[in-house]
Design a binder for this molecule. Sequence first.
Ligand code: ARG
Ligand code: ZN
Length: 861
Amino acid sequence: MLDIQTSLAQPIVIRREAYAAPDWLVPEVALDFALAAAATRVRARLSVTRNGAHDRPLRLDGAGQRPLSVSVDGVAVNDWRIEGEELVVPLTGAAHVIETEVEIAPERNTQLMGLYASGGNLCTQCEAEGFRRITFFPDRPDVLSVYSVRMTADKALYPVLLANGDPVESGELADGRHWATWHDPFPKPSYLFALVAGNLAVNRGSFTTMSGRVVELGIWVRESDLAKTDHALHALKLAMEWDERVYGREYDLDVFNIVAVDDFNFGAMENKGLNIFNSRYILADPDTATDYDYDAIAAVVAHEYFHNWSGNRITCRDWFQLSLKEGFTVYRDQGFSADQGSRAVKRIEDVRGLRAAQFPEDAGPLAHPVRPESYQEISNFYTATIYNKGAELIRMMASILGPETFRAATDLYFDRFDGTAATCEDYVACMEEAGDVDLTQFRLWYAQAGTPRVSATLDSVGSRATLTLEQHVPPTPGQSDKAPMVLPLRVKLFGAESGTALTEERLVLFDRARDTIIFEGLAERPVLSINRGFSAPVIVESDRSAADLAFLSAHDDDPFARYEAMQQLMLDTLVASAVHGRADHEGVIAAVANTLDDAGLDPAFVAEAVLLPSESFIGDQMAVVDPDAIFRAREALRRDLGRRLDAQWRRALAQGVAPYAYTPEAKGFRRLRSVALGYIAASGAADAAELAFAQFEAADNMTDRQGALTTLVSGTSDLRIAALDIFYNRYSDNALVLDKWFQVQALASRDDTGAVVAALTRHPDFTLANPNRARALVGAFSANQRAFHAADGSGYRLLADQLIALDRLNPQTAAKLLPPLGRRRRFDAARSGLMRAELERIVATPGLSKDVFEQASKSLE
Ligand code: ARG
Ligand code: ZN
């Protein structure tokens, strides 16, 4: 018998260059489901056609199940065989009809891929390779089929039966069962298949498209959640209107349904006409959801809706092209969200997210290009690189083309590739053709991993200044030498004395290892503003002084650049303090004071600008991360900012207090108030805990309540215990809010956080079976730099224990928890050794999934 270690030692690697067109196409498929949680029968009828001249048999992907029957052209056959996970059927002609039948067990499906049970309902998740867990099929995105679906189920248990496309017919059966048929006229790959059977209530709406078609919208949830669906429904209508106006994209079916389920591996899924969502991205009311939740719901609803064009009408040829749909769709949802409130604040949030998730990924053992070359398990490639760096690539091309030309280029792309499975190359070629630009070198962005580093030096003599730029792309796994990339850098100079612009903003396409740019006719000493709006996803190292950064934080006319200057000033201060023990806080205090006193600024922007960089981002700037020194340096600066600006924080805390409203203005005030509360607590003010507890009790919304709780749990007052108990008792029947209760404790800055989290893993409400709960406790804990990196290795052990336990249930979600252990090389030898030992323990676990094996073994290389 082949033991697991041996089989894992030779993982199957899928390579991009090995792509070959499918041997058989499936223009049509009819599925018949006899649904029940314990055992569901699936009969599939595939019309298959031979693709090209070859004599190879039909190979259908499965997932370990055996067919109960196989027939070809209506006749039962027995010359089929199972090879690995494939069903191989010899066929002689050019076109045949293949029928198979299987039985699957949704209620035993803990992986949440394929057909599974959640909260008493049945639902599906097929991307990327879940359809093969439902029936035998060529489960690859370049096989597009027209689907007809029939479902039969117990009517009392599953009164609602939904699938892709439009409903056709339904009826009753004698034995308490009922049936429904659905038809989706748009050919689609199997990963977009979906069905839902359940006891669900619906919030209905309608949308009239630009050509006057009326689309019936439905948000399906359990009855008791119906009151929490208005925000999602509203966001859906806004997204439909936005995609017509901004991209000219109209919806194409008569119905658009969204179903919310509690157990879900990711955020949501864009199944044609039947999106299925993690309930956290649908359900909201002011009492249970924060502003962050509301914004995320609108963004994810829009994201999945936008996939109807960038994903469904045009899908991916193979999974190496995943960023074709995900990068572009993230770019589209970012644009949508930016249009709902402040563009600048949205950009700051997106860049913060990129730096928190993607930059570390790109600098570690799991770094991969936006278009990867190989994978073992494709689920591991739903990453910040594919999604968020991918979106930055689209943004750079949009900057290079300019708005009108970019729109012409996306029109060309949608027109030319509609109904096909396309590649990243197809997309870039459309940008190139419509934009009349040469993107040959730009394509390196798809091929080279790693975050480019740019050094920028401005030397001025008299009225002339020289900007010297150098770029370097660091080595990443499998890519030791990198070529220079095209970096679109928005640059502008400001006068150090007058504070006014000395030049127009220029878009510099910096595409060599080293380059110089000359500015003439400058009336005074220039200060450099570079990578404005974060025009390129790079790390800029400039030699700007603290004074110049403070100057930019007050005078730059690009709000993002102001934020960025302040962040740089804070980072320089914190790194100096963490590395060299030099704590000169005056420059930051003055700049923060100046920002707080600038009455012309949007409170949401102020809240972002005065927030210190995260502990992990500070660590990213250090040669060896020292979590304790970082924590001390950051707390010392927070305390000084809190004390010295006490009056300003208290003023901010009193500002904009009004009954709850979800408007950009009200959100901005709430955000600033919670930042202010945090600084007051950091100052050590005697009344800080009372202030926080008062806000906790008086709050008429979750944003203020959770903000106050967050402050309390990192403090020493006993009011923390009281608040946690009140919160728990109030929301003990609401899973999404209980997630916050777990998360807030896992993120707390306390000496005992590790012990608290260990105890919470044994709490009766803790379960690894629900991905949201697992992430709320274990995922949040591993993001807590000080607690996770406890010098005794207890944090690493806790994560590894939970990850190994979760892997038995749900490999995909387990693998997502692994990356923090992979950052080991960034830490001192002792921590690095402890992390390595946990990774080795994980890899040595019998029966490990290939999902976790891939991530852990790569992290050990
Ligand atoms: N396509 C989904 C989205 O909109 C994500 C699906 C990821 N699922 C998975 N099992 N890998 O982003
Ligand atoms: Zn997506």
